[in-house]
Ligand binder design. Structure first.
Ligand code: FAD
Ligand code: PYC
Length: 413
């Protein structure tokens, strides 16, 4: 339990904390400018201050803290990826997530539920077996299970052989979890601000100032800021920022939608994903069903919702849970997902010497927030990319060393 909460509960005089210190004026110079106050940018700022003692740092956001994909995702955390590079990376994130409430003294409502990826075809079973073997080899708990075991874990699931797409088996990943997504951003923001990091909301980066192959500052709607190093962590706006910096990314940008139901009595323990039916669902501690599917089928920079998404998603989900047909959907929303050709992120160096990138997070970047923040902070502080991040270099697209994670990217794409 977070210590602050305990103290607050037990000591009558313990003061309620402000969420964030008051905003300070924007300075003309910082050591490090971080563009984007989503979970990733804020986590990088936190670890820069905490682990590397670098506090002359600002985080700029054109909107507000966690107003991007950090506050729009479906909060699934897992490490059951397909490539060894991916599994190692996400496993470190799961380990950090487990300690994060204590680390930040902020309850992120981390809840380990187990994660079931259903297989309805022989091809899906093969991929599940492959993932299980890679996971086990690297010490991550995952196994291929049959229908009886699925029934034990999730008795409400339609496992009838008469179903339109009968379930043949599943990849079961016991550490699969959900968390309160915006709390993670708030927790990192508060802890970073307490150490002197400046957070500037409503501050849009409109240009990147260069001298040769070095960045010397950023232009914003509030003036120019000089800096020694910069990091872009802007998720769905990555290609736009890269264009301002003068390079291109192999990214296609598409909307990803999700929705949430009215609260129901707890009935669904594990997170259930069906790649073949393009849908997934989990139940929050408040009883709501959080539901989503595949990305929209065309490039677009918009956070709008569509009826088509809801209709398709509901017809797929009702195959798995027919008894939910009368449940009401309360809210629907979208985020902007930057999809890479290999369904893996891009982290590390760019063609500019002191300008770093944290991008390509498509539909999978929430679970990477702690590890990416920690390792990008290390990169910025030392100027050397840690071994864990090297496989995710932007340069891999020039040397044809892609990291194919499509088979583990949650829903069909
Ligand atoms: P963001 O939180 O988007 O932050 C980027 C920030 O940059 C924004 O606040 C934006 O305002 C700011 N910005 C942009 N341009 C500028 C500029 N020019 N100047 C200043 N600021 C700028 N991942 C999972 O692991 N599990 C899931 O279950 C999951 N579900 C998802 C469901 C949906 C519907 C969506 C949309 C995504 C989902 N994801 C999931 C992906 C995940 O949400 C993202 O990969 C992750 O949140 C990215 O975090 P971030 O901090 O990089 O980006
Ligand atoms: O990465 O697990 C995931 C996920 C689920 C839904 C969207 N992304």
């Amino acid at each position: 339990m977070p210590i602050g909460l305990l103290k607050y509960g037990l000591a009558r005089r313990y003061p309620a904390r402000r969420q964030f210190p008051p905003e300070r004026p924007l300075k003309p110079v910082y050591d490090i400018v971080i563009i984007g106050a989503g979970g990733h940018g804020l986590a990088a700022a936190y670890y820069l201050a905490k682990q590397w003692g670098l506090r002359n740092v600002c985080v700029l956001d054109k909107g507000w803290i966690a107003g991007g994909n950090t506050g729009r995702n479906t909060a699934i955390v897992r490490a059951n990826y397909l490539t060894p590079e991916g599994v190692r990376f996400y496993a470190e994130s799961v380990a950090l997530f487990r300690e994060l409430s204590q680390e930040l003294d902020f309850n992120i409502l981390y809840s380990e539920r187990g994660h079931l990826t259903l297989a309805h075809t022989d091809a899906a079973l093969r991929t599940a077996r492959w993932r299980a073997e890679v996971n086990k080899h690297l010490g991550v708990s995952s196994e291929l299970i049959g229908v009886d075991e699925i029934r034990r874990l999730c008795p409400v699931l339609n496992l009838s052989e008469e179903a339109r797409y009968p379930v043949l088996g599943a990849l079961y990943h016991p550490p699969g979890a959900i968390a309160r997504h915006d709390a993670i951003a708030w927790g990192y923001a508060r802890a970073a601000a307490d150490m002197g990091v400046e957070l500037h909301q409503h501050t849009e980066v409109t240009g990147i100032r260069r001298q040769g192959d070095r960045v010397v500052g950023v232009e914003t709607n509030r003036g120019v800021i000089s800096c020694a190093r910069a990091l872009q962590a802007v998720a769905g706006s990555s290609s736009r920022l890269a264009a301002l910096a003068g390079f291109r990314l192999p990214i296609v940008t598409v909307p990803l939608q999700a929705c949430v139901s009215q609260p129901l009595q707890p009935f669904l323990d594990p997170i259930v994903v069906s790649a073949s039916l393009h849908c997934y669902v989990s139940q929050t501690p408040r009883g709501e069903l959080v539901m989503g599917g595949a990305v929209d089928g065309y490039p677009l920079y918009q956070q709008r919702s569509t009826l088509d998404f809801k209709e398709t998603l509901m017809s797929d989900l009702l195959e798995l849970f027919p008894f939910l047909s009368e449940v009401k959907v309360l809210r629907q929303w979208a985020g902007i997902a930057d999809m890479t050709p290999d369904f893996s992120p891009v982290m590390g160096e760019t063609p500019l010497a002191n300008y770093y990138i944290d991008a390509g997070w498509g539909t999978w970047g929430f679970k990477a927030t702690p590890v990416c923040g920690k390792r990008m902070a290390e990169t910025l502080a030392t100027g050397a990319v840690p071994d864990l991040l090297r496989p995710f270099a932007l340069q891999r697209f020039d040397s044809f060393r892609q990291l194919g994670e499509r088979g583990a990217a949650a829903v069909g794409h």
